[in-house]
Design a protein. Structure first.
Length: 144
């Protein structure tokens, strides 16, 4: 049986695997979102678009519904969800533990398909992407 452990925030994600009967706990994948470290004005390349109301009513600037950082974070959550879905489809893991920064966990949940959500054994809300693997392991159930 193989268990995946995801440690993630809006800037970085690390995927660990716990395999039985070998009982190894090893990092198997790491990816980052460089846009998360940028300021909103560094992510936006132009002014908001302009919308005309029609017959002489004027033009209005169109604001963004989400900040550029939030859009980048959502995109990163979608990328992580795709990796997890591929692992689920390939039967690479049977259980998933998620350790994530609180704000990013909600974004990640929104992107996960139901078949991956059904494999989530537990969630820990804590930002641990810079922790050593032993420190991350200590946050998880001993029976893992």
């Amino acid at each position: 049986m193989s268990i995946w452990i995801l440690a993630a925030d809006s800037a970085r994600a690390r995927l660990f695997q716990r395999s039985y009967p070998e009982e190894t706990f090893a990092e198997v994948l790491s990816f980052s979102n460089g846009e998360a470290r940028l300021k909103d004005n560094e992510l936006i390349s132009d002014k908001p678009g302009v919308h005309g109301d029609g017959a002489a009513l004027g033009r209005h600037a169109m604001g963004q519904k989400k900040s550029a950082k939030r859009v980048a974070s959502d995109r990163f959550a979608r990328e992580i969800a795709t990796v997890l879905e591929q692992g689920c489809d390939s039967h690479d893991f049977q259980k998933l533990y998620i350790v994530s920064a609180p704000g990013f966990l909600g974004e990640l949940r929104a992107q996960l398909p139901d078949k991956v959500k059904n494999l989530v054994a537990a969630e820990v809300t804590r930002n641990v992407t810079t922790f050593e693997s032993d420190e991350i392991r200590e946050l998880l159930p001993r029976s893992l």
